[in-house]
Design a protein around this ligand. Structure first.
Ligand code: HEM
Length: 352
C-alpha cells in the first residue's frame, strides 16, 4: 500500500520519529499493512467477504446540519476556516459511531465517536485548488487516543483481536488502561447527543499555531426527554434515541478550540498527554446544529479521515501524520467512495 505523503514541511514543534522522514514513512507503511491484515481478520470473524471500517464500524446515524461560527470568537482563534477568509457557516455531515470494527449491541462497553465532514472549505484556509475539498474533524469521547504515537495505537489495534492479548497490552500500558476505562466503563450511555468528544491529538490552526478541538452538548441539548422513549434493550438504542431526539428539535453542540501553550503542558508529539483545561481552556468558536438524518448508505461508503484537510488544519504529530496512511488503507480495503457527493446534492443546493 503506498500513499503519497502530503506532509511537505514540519510545523515548528513537530519532530519526525526515528529522526527522519523516510524512516517515519516506512513505519507508517508498515502500519497500513497491519491495518489491512486486521481488517481481513475482522471480516473473517464478523462480516465474511465484506471488510468494514477497522475501527468505528457501527454507525448510529449520519446527520446533516450546519457549523455556525460565533461572532464573538476571540481573534486568537480566527485562522483557517474560522478566520477572515472563511464563511460565517458551513454545511456539515456528522457520522456517529461506536469504536470497535464490527457491529455489536449498544449496551456493550465501547468508545463512541463522531466524524465531521465540513464542506466547501477550499477557499477558506489556504487551499485554492479544489472547491469540493472537505475538512474532516474526527473525535471520540476519550480526551486522548490509546497510544502516545501511531505505533502504540497499532499495537492496541492488534491486541484488540484477542482478549488475553488486550489484557497484556493494558497491563503494560497503565495510562491507556485508565483512558479506556474512563471512556467505556459507564454502564449506560444515555445518548450520543449528551457526550463530549475530543480530537485527541493536535491540528494546525493557521500556519503558526496548533490546536486541539472538542465538542460538548449545547446547554439547550442537555437532558432532553427523548431518552425516555427508547428501550435500552434495543440493540440499536443509541440510533433510536438520536432519531427520537431529532424528531423533537435539532441536536446542538458547541465546537471549541484549545490553543497550544508550551511544550510541557500542550505537547505536539505525545498524544497521551492531555491538554488540561487549566493549562489551555476550551474556547467556543462555533455552534454545530444537526437538523436531519440522511441516508445511512451515503456515510457507509464515505471517507472520513484526517487526510481530508486544508493546509491551515493539517493533523499534527506522529499520530496525525500517520493516520493519513492508516485510514487510506482501511478505506481501500472496504472500497470506500473516492470522493464525497457534491455539496449541492447532499444539501439540496443550499450553500451555508
Ligand atoms: C486521536 C486519535 C483518533 C481519533 C479521535 C479517532 C477517531 C476515529 C473516528 C471517529 C473514526 C470513524 C470515522 C468514520 O465515521 O468514518 C475512526 C475510524 C478509524 N480509525 Fe481512528 N481515531 C484516532 C486514531 C487512530 C489511529 C492512530 C489509527 C491507526 C491505526 C486509527 C485507525 C482508524 C481506522 C483504520 C478507521 C476506519 C477508517 C475507514 O475505514 O474509514 N485511528 N477513527
Amino acid at each position: 500500500m503506498s500513499v503519497t505523503n502530503p506532509i511537505d514541511a514540519l510545523y515548528v514543534h513537530e519532530r519526525f520519529k526515528h529522526g527522519s522522514r523516510e524512516k517515519e514513512i516506512a513505519e507508517f507503511e508498515d502500519h497500513a499493512r497491519r491495518v489491512r491484515a486486521v481488517q481481513q481478520t475482522l471480516a473473517g470473524m464478523h462480516s465474511p467477504g465484506m471488510p468494514q471500517r477497522v475501527f468505528h464500524a457501527k454507525a448510529h446515524a449520519c446527520l446533516a446540519g450546519t457549523l455556525h461560527l460565533l461572532d464573538d470568537r476571540p481573534s486568537a482563534t480566527r485562522h483557517g476556516i474560522f478566520g477572515p477568509g472563511g464563511k460565517p457557516s458551513y454545511n456539515v455531515l456528522a457520522r456517529f459511531s461506536s469504536g470497535v470494527g464490527f457491529d455489536q449491541h449498544d449496551l456493550k462497553p465501547d468508545v463512541r465517536g463522531v466524524a465531521l465532514k465540513i464542506f466547501a472549505v477550499g477557499a477558506a484556509a489556504g487551499a485554492t485548488d479544489d472547491a469540493r475539498r472537505t475538512q474532516d474533524f474526527l473525535m471520540t469521547n476519550s480526551t486522548n487516543p490509546f497510544g502516545n504515537d501511531q505505533q502504540q495505537f497499532v499495537e492496541f489495534m492488534e491486541a484488540n483481536l484477542e482478549p488475553v492479548r488486550l489484557a497484556g497490552f493494558l497491563l503494560a500500558h497503565p495510562r491507556i488502561a485508565q483512558l479506556l476505562a474512563r471512556a467505556t466503563s459507564r454502564i449506560l450511555i444515555p445518548s450520543l447527543a449528551t457526550e463530549r468528544y475530543w480530537s485527541g491529538h493536535p491540528y494546525l490552526l493557521g500556519p503558526t499555531q496548533a490546536m486541539k478541538f472538542n465538542l460538548r452538548p449545547a446547554d439547550s441539548s442537555d437532558g432532553e426527554p427523548a431518552e425516555a422513549q427508547v428501550s435500552r434493550l434495543d440493540r440499536d438504542y443509541l440510533r433510536q434515541e438520536l432519531r427520537a431526539r431529532l424528531a423533537q428539535a435539532p441536536i446542538r453542540f458547541v465546537f471549541s478550540i484549545q490553543l497550544e501553550k508550551d511544550p510541557e503542558t500542550t505537547p505536539i508529539e505525545d498524544a497521551l498527554i492531555e491538554w488540561k483545561e487549566n493549562d489551555s481552556p476550551s474556547i467556543p468558536v462555533a455552534e454545530l446544529v444537526l437538523d436531519r438524518e440522511i441516508d445511512a448508505q451515503v456515510c457507509r461508503k464515505l471517507r472520513f479521515t484526517p487526510g481530508n484537510f486544508v493546509p491551515d488544519h493539517r493533523p499534527l504529530g506522529n499520530m496525525g501524520r500517520g493516520r493519513i496512511f492508516s485510514y487510506a488503507a482501511s478505506q481501500m480495503g472496504r472500497q470506500a467512495d473516492a470522493d464525497a457527493p457534491p455539496e449541492a446534492q447532499l444539501f439540496g443546493g443550499k450553500t451555508a
